[in-house]
Structures are given as structure tokens and as C-alpha cells.
Ligand binder design. Structure first.
Ligand code: BES
Ligand code: MN
Ligand code: ZN
Length: 497
């Protein structure tokens, strides 16, 4: 499917379907108004007739509208002005795409102009149209014997005023990169754990290296990690037949030697809990425990496609957490790459065990910032539900930048405190720290654990346990936080230019 930006007279557009925005009380967007004039008031007549009121996400498909070349016109409700925000904008786009998909239209032109959301940035309004309509076309059929019918939609055009063409082209490019990154993250998340192993993730990273000139991939195997002293990371995969991997993807788009932004993803390709075995209910969902890693892949892919003029490093700490005679036991004490020792009281708190060594490794790059992304704690779902990622940071400016990027991207995070008072919950009688802090503030104490390995640089932690996948009938990976991370990196490259 191709996206394109077009200009032209709305009445003369040749397409199977033209989408225009309508709002309550007969309000028409500028493009809808032009279409209405060309049709001699036909659209206003329909609105006056009450077939569609213009509420958010209402749709009405019209055929053979007089005065227009388009075969169909889809009226799309965008709601009253005070109701226009990203949430409703996305609902409207989803509704329109529902009609486009179910009617098997092969070419659609979106002529959605005017103010459609409270984000006044026109570039992002257009970019979100690309992102959110693109995401509606996502389909997983990798492991089905019967593949989905090929998409009928071949071309998706966006009509814009001639003077906005450059901005729209940029929005299209960036939006496509974000959709592609999100799809990669969703695919990786959705793949079953017998396919998506640490070795598989390493292979995917090598494929990315082959695809993009500016990307260099290095894979560290268990021996190399042992050499570096990553015994904490290695302890997690000890019970598994699958070897652990540290995947390092270096994107060099900026000035050589310039400090990179580092993304570190939790890549537990299956989390049984280990010897502290999880209950059986919905355990299959622990295949998603590599969604932090998946979002790093997605963001790196997006950065490569956009050719951002900055340096970025993606690190994935990949392991499988299994019980066995070789597995770590509660009470084991391991030494991390940093030299600090950890008493493993619960082998199910494994994310922090792989991340701490990856975070120490990240220090080698003298990073401008480090953001780790992890499905780290069930407690984060209790705290924030399925809407916001949990954000904790040792740097208020970085935290603000990420919160802002989340708002801009429509992929929000919410900050939790990382006060020293919480650190005491990790005190151990036998090691420098223990890997669990009890039930109170479970997400924060997990971040406290990580903070002990990130003292040398600006660091933030995103707990995506609540947002990385949907359960129930629509079970599947969401691709979050690819939009947030990509927006953050876009903003970084804009300030550097
Ligand atoms: N991967 C889980 C966190 C998780 C649980 C994510 C449910 C999404 C849904 C993580 O490894 C884990 O097991 N965390 C434990 C930590 C506890 C033992 C301190 C948890 O949250 O229960
Ligand atoms: Mn676990
Ligand atoms: Zn886990």
C-alpha cells in the first residue's frame, strides 16, 4: 500500500472514495465546504436531513454525489470543536478506516483539513493521520497456514493545500517510519516464544544491519558476556536451553564521536518466572515479555528510515527465564558487571537482572541519554492500568522531554517518584541489594534497583507492562512505545540541528 500527498481541486479528484470531515450543527471543514459548494449544497442537505450529526467517529458513505468526480464521499464526524483531541481524532480515523476496509475500496483520498485535534502542530496532525490509519491496516498472519486476503486498498492519498506540501511530505515520511516501526514491534511481540528466542532477536538485528548502511550490529554471546562480568544477566538464562544474547545496534547518523542516545530493551522472550514459577493462568502472555526489546527494534528501524542526523544505540538484553536444574534459585547471589552483588530472592523479578548489566554496558557509549523500556512489573498495571507507561528518571529534564514526547506522539507516559526513601526496600543482609522490594510501590522499587546502575548518566525507565499488549479477544502486541521513543529522538535531532 502506498501513501502519497496530493494537491488539487476537490471537485475534480478521481478516486473511489473521498473522505471529508463534518461536525455537529452543519459545520464543515474547509475541504468539506468546497465539496459542498461543488455539489450545490448536497452535503449540507444530507446533514440537515439528520442522516449524520457529525459526532466523533460517525460515518456516512455517499455514492454519486453531484458535481464531484469522486465515486464515493465518506462523511466523517469529527465532533464539536471543544471535543477535538488526539483521542477523538484517532477514533475518527479508525472509524473511517473501518469503512474503507469493509468496502474493499482500492484508492482513498483523505481531505481532512481544519483543526481536528487540540495539538495545534499541523505537521503532527497530518503525521497522525498516516500513523493511525496505517496501524489500522496491521495484520498478523505469520503463523497461520491460511494467509489473510491481500489488502484491497492500494493507494492512500492525502489532499493538502499547495503551500503545505513540504510539511505534509515530511509528515508522510515520518508517519510511515513510525507505522513501520510499530508493525515491527507488534510482529516481534506477537511471534510465539518457540520462534522468537534470543537467537531469533539477534538474527533480526543482523538483518537490520544488512538493510541499513548507517547501522552496525554486534551480538555478544554468553562467553563474551561472561568475559565482561555480566553474571547477573547470565543468571536469568541459566535454566534455559536457549542461549542468552546481548544485541547492540549502533546507528550513526550524526557527527562521528557525538554522544549517542541509548535505548535499552528488556528482551525476555518467555518469562515462566523460573524457579519462582508463575501460576499457569494466561502464562502464554509472557511471550510479550520482550516487548521492550521489540520497541527498541521498532524505534531503531524508524530512525534508520528517517535518517535522523543523530547517533542512537539500541541494546537488547535477551534471555529466556525457565525453571530447571541449572536455573537460579531464590537465595542465589550473583555479581553484576558493575561489581555490585545481588541476592536473587525471587527469580520472577528477572527483568531488572538482565537490564542492570545492559545498563552498565550502556555507560561505555558516554551517552547523551539512556532510556530503558521494559514490561517490568505487574504493579505498573495496578498503578496506571493500560493507558500510560510508567516513567521514572534520575533527571527531571529528561523525564519532561519523554513526557512531552509521549503527549505529542499520542503514546503517553506518567511519572512516578524515584525518591531515595524507597531504596531501603532493597536492603539485603547478604548482598549489596536484593532483587525485590516487597509489594508496596513495586514499580518504583524495580526502578530503584535499576537506578543503582545508571548513576553515571542521564537515565529514564519506561515500564510498559500495562500498555505493550491487549488481552482478551483482541489479544496482540500494541507496538507501544515506538511512537514515544521515535518522537523523543525526532525532538532530539531537531534541537541539535
Ligand atoms: N514480566 C513480569 C512483569 C509483568 C507481569 C508484565 C504481568 C506484564 C504482566 C516480570 O518479570 C515479573 O514477573 N515481575 C514480578 C516482580 C515481582 C516478583 C517483584 C511481578 O510484577 O509480579
Ligand atoms: Mn518475571
Ligand atoms: Zn518478566
Amino acid at each position: 500500500m502506498d501513501f502519497e500527498i496530493i494537491n488539487g481541486d476537490i471537485a475534480a479528484l478521481e478516486t473511489e472514495c473521498l473522505v471529508v470531515a463534518v461536525a455537529p450543527e452543519g459545520q464543515l471543514s474547509p475541504a468539506a465546504s468546497a465539496a459542498d459548494s461543488a455539489s450545490n449544497g448536497y452535503l449540507q442537505e444530507i446533514l440537515a436531513g439528520g442522516d449524520i450529526s457529525g459526532k466523533t467517529a460517525q460515518t456516512l458513505l455517499l455514492h454519486k454525489v453531484p458535481g464531484l468526480t469522486a465515486r464515493r464521499v465518506l462523511l466523517l464526524g469529527v465532533g464539536k470543536e471543544e471535543e477535538r483531541n488526539n483521542r477523538n481524532y484517532r477514533k475518527a480515523i479508525t472509524a473511517a478506516m473501518g469503512v474503507v476496509k469493509s468496502t474493499g475500496i482500492s484508492h482513498v483520498i483523505f481531505a481532512l483539513d481544519g483543526v481536528l485535534t487540540d495539538d495545534t502542530d499541523q505537521y503532527r496532525q497530518l503525521r497522525h493521520l498516516v500513523e493511525w490509519s496505517g496501524q489500522e491496516l496491521y495484520l498478523y498472519d505469520e503463523t497461520k497456514s491460511k494467509k489473510a486476503d491481500p489488502l484491497k486498498l492500494e493507494k492512500f492519498s492525502i489532499l493538502c493545500a499547495e503551500e503545505d506540501t513540504d510539511l505534509a511530505e515530511q509528515a508522510l515520511l515520518d508517519g510511515t517510519a513510525i507505522v513501520n516501526g510499530t508493525s515491527i514491534a507488534r510482529d516481534l511481540g506477537n511471534l510465539p516464544p518457540n520462534i522468537c528466542t534470543p537467537t531469533y532477536l539477534a538474527e533480526r538485528a543482523l538483518e537490520l544491519e544488512a538493510e541499513f548502511e548507517a547501522l552496525t550490529t554486534t551480538i555478544l554471546d554468553e562467553d563474551e558476556m561472561a568475559e565482561l562480568g555480566m553474571h547477573c544477566l547470565l543468571s536469568v538464562g541459566k535454566g534455559s536451553e536457549q542461549p542468552s544474547k546481548l544485541v547492540v545496534m549502533q546507528y550513526n547518523g550524526g557527527v562521528e564521536g557525538e554522544a549517542p542516545h541509548v535505548l535499552v530493551g528488556k528482551g525476555i522472550t518467555f518469562d515462566t518466572g523460573g524457579i519462582s514459577l508463575k501460576p499457569g493462568d494466561s502464562m502464554d502472555e509472557m511471550k510479550y515479555d520482550m516487548c521492550g526489546a521489540a520497541s527498541v527494534f521498532g524505534a531503531i528501524n524508524a530512525v534508520c528510515e528517517m535518517a535522523l542526523p543523530i547517533n542512537v544505540v539500541g541494546i537488547v538484553a535477551a534471555a529466556e527465564n525457565m525453571p530447571s536444574g541449572h536455573a537460579s534459585k531464590p537465595g542465589d547471589i550473583v555479581t553484576t558487571m558493575s561489581g555490585q552483588t545481588v541476592e536473587i530472592l525471587n527469580t520472577d523479578a528477572e527483568g531488572r537482572l538482565v537490564l542492570c548489566d545492559a545498563l552498565t554496558y550502556a555507560g561505555r557509549f558516554n551517552p547523551a541519554s539512556v532510556v530503558d523500556i521494559a514490561t517490568l512489573t505487574g504493579a505498573c498495571i495496578i498503578a496506571l492500568g493500560h493507558q500510560a507507561s510508567g516513567l521514572m528518571s534520575n533527571d527531571d529534564q529528561l523525564a519532561q522531554q519523554l513526557l512531552e514526547a509521549g503527549v505529542q506522539a499520542g503514546d503517553r507516559a506518567w511519572q512516578l517518584p524515584l525518591w531515595d526513601e524507597y531504596q531501603e526496600q532493597l536492603d539485603s543482609n547478604f548482598a549489596d541489594m536484593q532483587n525485590i522490594g516487597g509489594r508496596p510501590a513495586g514499580s518504583i522499587t524495580a526502578a530503584c534497583f535499576l537506578s543503582r546502575f545508571t548513576k553515571e548518566y542521564r537515565w529514564a525507565h519506561l515500564d510498559i507492562a500495562g500498555v505493550a499488549w491487549n488481552s482478551g479477544k483482541n489479544k496482540g502486541a500494541t507496538g507501544r512505545c515506538v511512537p514515544l521513543l521515535t518522537q523523543y529522538l525526532l525532538n532530539q535531532s531537531a534541537t541539535e540541528e
